[in-house]
Design a protein around this ligand. Sequence first.
Ligand SMILES: Cc1cc2nc3c(=O)[nH]c(=O)nc-3n(C[C@H](O)[C@H](O)[C@H](O)COP(=O)(O)OP(=O)(O)OC[C@H]3O[C@@H](n4cnc5c(N)ncnc54)[C@H](O)[C@@H]3O)c2cc1C
Length: 243
Amino acid sequence: MCGSSAVRPIGVIGVGESTTPNFPRHIFEYLGIPRKRFYELAEPTWKLGIKFLWGSRGRFDYTFNLQLDSRWPELPKPTGFYCDDDFDNASLPGALMRHEMAFPRQASGAPDIHPWHAFHIENKKFVAILELVAREHGVEFTDGEVTGTERGPKGIAAIHLKDGQRLEADFFIDASGFRSELLGKALEQPFISFKQSLFCDRAVIGGWDRTDEPIQPYTTAETMNSGWAWQIDHEKLINRGYV
Ligand SMILES: Cc1cc2nc3c(=O)[nH]c(=O)nc-3n(C[C@H](O)[C@H](O)[C@H](O)COP(=O)(O)OP(=O)(O)OC[C@H]3O[C@@H](n4cnc5c(N)ncnc54)[C@H](O)[C@@H]3O)c2cc1C
């Protein structure tokens, strides 16, 4: 495995990442990382959905649970039937978002953590915790920059690192992102770009240290005169991005 976060010369994308409920499900249920440990190390914040400052309503709270296509037992028609101009508090997560809250309380006072939440996370911390857990499970890391490859009869036979090491393996996974070191450069698999269908392929990102702003339990997506901007809240940092 090449390129740990500690010394990686090419760097890890870190723009304040926003996730969907598949993310906590994968971390806790599939990988089996204990929630408490993950919270301590990765310091995620809760995300219930996306607050769109967008369109003719001005604001729309998109949540991960069913909103329009659900039906309250007391009402004869699906929720969407009643949502015209007024689209507030259409579901419990929507109401929580509207009131800047993440969870209802259980009778014991503890948070009632529902399955339709996701996280905001800082990618560098996330990569670090994945590395830590992998090492604990016996995965060995070799830090280095891939500078060359050797083709064998069944694909890649070995990779070469900048420090001169030659590493052989039965199986390689290319996780080098757009650089596509193995798939693109070595195996010459064509890259199919969707560039023609993109309105924009650049982003400007920035942020500031949190002072007394409350942590917002949602991503904000705000329409601008040209393009749109996002805001992602972390415990100690607020990220803004513009595309
Ligand atoms: C502005 C912006 C905002 C985004 N927001 C979100 C978001 O909110 N939520 C979300 O899910 N996704 C988001 N993404 C997308 C997300 O960051 C990418 O999909 C993700 O990083 C891709 O992961 P990857 O591992 O394939 O590639 P990368 O993250 O690009 O990782 C590739 C790694 O390979 C290493 N590498 C490359 N070449 C070599 C080499 N020769 N030798 C050794 N190592 C090498 C690099 O150091 C790098 O660490 C965003 C992206 C951008 C640009």
